[in-house]
Ligand binder design. Structure first.
Ligand SMILES: Cc1cc2nc3c(=O)[nH]c(=O)nc-3n(C[C@H](O)[C@H](O)[C@H](O)COP(=O)(O)O)c2cc1C
Length: 338
């Protein structure tokens, strides 16, 4: 802990908030962020987050129990706001006295933040916001910390880069609020930069996805190690009426299948067979299924290889603890050289 004094000082508010040694979150990754990776991250001094994704309350219950058996360090749970059983999932988190709930995938529905903060075991709420105005609103109405995530990231993305979001949000918010920066971070030098700009910590996904402790299939990991930054491309929207949130993933046959899937869903919308909300849900289910195919089954041709642009910096499988120490050392070295 005394090895990285400059970095730790800049991370102090983030560490206090998370209760971890380092203010480095491993962002929730569906199918990847389960008990093994989450406990490894927290045991290595970072902050692991379980990806609830489309899990039922029973499955989430079992996952939290299993994670607790593998670490006594704090970890969080990421819930997708459009999950039809969101409030039951919040109750499961409360039952386990989970300290931090991350609400992802859209504006938190009415009452959800209150439910997380109001029960017998109130948790802290971490929110995402694509614009400064929404960030201020969410922080006013109960959000305890904010993650800003740029379009370099893997998975669902917004249209703006991390460096621009950081310049927009940090000067306005960092004095009074806790802001973590995500998207495109592969090395500690970048962490040092965002900390100096006022972030209290960072969130990484891609860098940890293929760690030794990650259960991702060997084929999935090999595809990551082979890939360059330019291979991690954003999906394209094919129909103006069907606003799908772009997803960044390694280019493969699945990328083309997604285009076909969108045409299918747009067709059912045309024929008025389904409503817009149902159409969007179908798209989200498609992604969840495709990601599972790649991460769990190792089908790297047809599945979805969600990855951020930092994928080009990954060359081999490393234990989480080594990655964490490397990131901290790189940040410290950068700050020392200033
Ligand atoms: C394979 C993969 C799956 C992801 N799944 C989710 C998810 O289920 N929920 C979520 O909020 N973010 C998800 N993300 C985003 C990460 O939590 C994290 O914010 C992002 O990876 C950070 O950017 P980076 O990839 O450039 O490090 C995913 C990212 C990847 C690479």
């Amino acid at each position: 802990m005394t090895d990285f004094p400059k970095t730790l000082r800049l991370m102090e508010r983030g560490r206090d908030f998370l209760g971890s040694d380092y203010a480095i979150l491993c962002g929730a990754m569906s199918w990847v962020s389960e008990r093994n990776l989450v406990s490894a991250i927290s045991n290595a001094g970072g902050f692991g987050v379980i990806a609830c994704g489309a899990m039922t309350p029973e499955l989430l219950d079992a996952e939290i129990t299993a994670t607790k058996a593998m670490t006594d360090k704090p970890f969080g749970v990421n819930l997708i706001t459009m999950h039809p059983q969101l409030f039951d999932l919040i109750a499961v988190c409360e039952k386990h006295a989970v300290g931090h709930v991350v609400l992802a995938g859209g504006i938190p529905p009415k009452g959800s933040v209150e439910a997380i903060k109001g029960g017998k075991n109130p948790a802290k709420v971490i929110v995402f916001a694509p614009t400064l105005a929404l960030a201020k609103k969410l922080l006013r109405s109960g959000g305890d910390a904010l993650v800003i995530e740029g379009m370099e990231a893997g998975g669902h993305i917004g249209p703006v880069s991390t460096s621009v979001l950081a310049q927009e949000f940090l000067p306005e918010l960092s004095e009074d609020h806790l802001v973590f920066v995500a998207g495109g971070i592969g090395r500690g030098q970048a962490i040092a930069g965002y900390l100096e700009m006022g972030a209290v910590g960072v969130q990484l996904g891609t860098r940890f996805a293929c760690a030794k402790e990650s259960i991702a299939h060997e084929n999935f990991k090999k595809a990551f190690f082979r890939a360059n930054a330019r291979d991690a491309v954003a999906s394209v929207q094919v129909d103006a009426r069907l606003p799908v949130i772009p997803v960044r993933a390694l280019k493969n046959k699945g990328t083309e299948e997604f285009t076909a899937k969108q045409r299918d869903v747009a067709g059912t919308l045309d024929r008025e067979e389904i409503e817009m909300a149902e159409a969007q849900l179908q798209i989200e289910h498609y992604w969840a299924g495709a990601l599972r195919r790649a991460v769990i089954d190792g089908d790297v041709e047809n599945g979805s290889l969600m990855a951020g642009q930092s994928v080009g910096m990954l060359k081999e499988e490393e234990p989480v603890a080594d990655i964490m120490q490397k990131l901290m050392a790189q940040s410290e070295e950068a700050l020392t050289r200033r």
